[in-house]
Design a protein around this ligand. Structure first.
Ligand code: MLT
Length: 202
């Protein structure tokens, strides 16, 4: 997969794995990594799927309606890529914390829904429930930050609560941060994610 790897200065800090939103690239979230954990190594990935020229991490049939078969395929493909990248760049495979926005948060959530050992934690900015009706793996020991908007037209507050509940019931520890606005990622949400990261991983 197309990606950027930046070696960090602190070998003990979690490796940040970045997943952009629809139409983004692997460059988009690099500034976030600096705000969350400046000493961390960073692996930033570009989604493999194109929708009218816009990169994404999996196909959708319509706005908010996911192509489930492709979602599962792409989730496994990404899991394999993370294993490969850990071997290539010699980072600790067990110490990855994802940062995803929108479609990128959805693929990060899907990694959690399908694998107990894909991620050590995740910062999910405006995620949706990636899949319904499946048993989640044991997620004990995994910590998640969810940033959501009270007026997000793409992800309703009920869906945020549903996702938090599903992750919690699988054993994850989940912290939800609410913004007053919509789907956009604001500075206050990033600051809340940084404070959460410092409290969990310091
Ligand atoms: C998705 O398709 O993953 C969500 O609708 C978010 C987005 O618009 O990318």
């Amino acid at each position: 997969m197309k990606h950027i790897f930046q070696q960090g200065t602190d070998p003990k800090a979690p490796v940040l794995v970045l997943f952009h939103g629809t139409g983004g690239t692997e460059r988009d979230l690099l500034p976030l990594a600096g705000s969350i954990s400046p000493g961390s190594s960073v692996l930033s990935v570009r989604g493999n799927v194109l929708e009218n020229g816009m990169p994404r991490f999996f196909r959708r049939l319509a706005e908010g309606v996911f192509d489930e078969q492709d979602l599962v395929f792409r989730t496994k493909e990404l899991y394999g890529f993370l294993n490969q990248a850990a071997a290539e760049y010699k980072f600790d495979r067990g110490n990855l914390v994802a940062i995803g926005y929108s479609n990128g948060a959805n693929i990060a959530a899907s990694l959690l829904f399908h694998f107990s050992d894909a991620l050590r934690g995740a910062i999910l900015h405006h995620p949706m429930v990636p899949r319904r009706g499946i048993a989640l793996p044991d997620l004990s020991g995994i910590s998640c930050f969810i940033g959501a908007g009270r007026h997000d037209p793409i992800c309703a507050p009920e869906e945020t609560e549903e996702l938090a509940g599903l992750l919690e019931r699988a054993g994850a520890s989940v912290s939800v941060h609410w913004e007053a606005g919509g789907h956009q990622l604001t500075g206050t949400e990033v600051a809340a994610a940084a404070a959460w990261f410092a409290s969990v991983y310091a």
